[in-house]
Design a protein around this ligand. Structure first.
Ligand code: FE2
Ligand code: FE2
Length: 165
């Protein structure tokens, strides 16, 4: 993941988002494995740029970065065992959009990206290229973060066994 290569682009288009209170809150919320929602959102935004550049896809880089940074702006712990979290996969895009609209000025592309990023789980596809790229980038990052989390846990278990030996 070429996150470093894209740090200046992420700052240029999403500096205000990254410095916001909401994103500070995201640093404390876990997304997959041990990865925070903040780190996940950064990785997804960088992955979107990477995909667009690799396949020479014409996009609005500003809209794509901002939509990707805000796609999981739901701002609660979805791992808590409460009833509403059972349908988090279906509902969080709408909550993220509502929160993001409260805190930032959003264009049509960003709004649609956030609302439709759970396609195909939520079976309405995104309307713009930026949103299609986000759907792909989000799945790639989520899978990688989950696998890293599983491997970290099994490393910890192995180390614990070694200590107890
Ligand atoms: Fe999401
Ligand atoms: Fe995500």
């Amino acid at each position: 993941m070429k996150l470093v290569c894209y740090s200046s682009t992420l700052l240029e288009y999403g500096g205000d988002i990254l410095a916001s209170k909401g994103m500070k809150r995201e640093k404390k919320l876990i997304q997959h494995g041990t990865c925070s929602v903040y780190q996940h959102s950064l990785s997804v935004a960088a992955m979107c740029l990477n995909i667009a550049d690799t396949f020479h896809i014409k996009v609005s880089r500003r809209a794509m970065v901002r939509g990707a940074l805000l796609h999981d702006y739901f701002l609660y712990d979805w791992h808590e065992p409460v009833l509403k979290n059972r349908i988090h996969g279906f509902t969080h895009p709408y909550i993220a959009l509502k929160n993001a609209q409260k805190d930032f000025e959003l264009g049509v592309i960003e709004k649609n990206m956030i609302k439709r990023h759970m396609f195909p789980l939520v079976p309405i596809p995104p309307k713009y290229r930026e949103g299609v790229i986000l759907c792909i980038a989000d799945k790639i990052c989520a899978l990688s973060e989950t696998i890293t989390g599983i491997s970290q846990k099994s490393d910890q278990r192995r180390q614990q066994k070694c200590r107890n030996f």
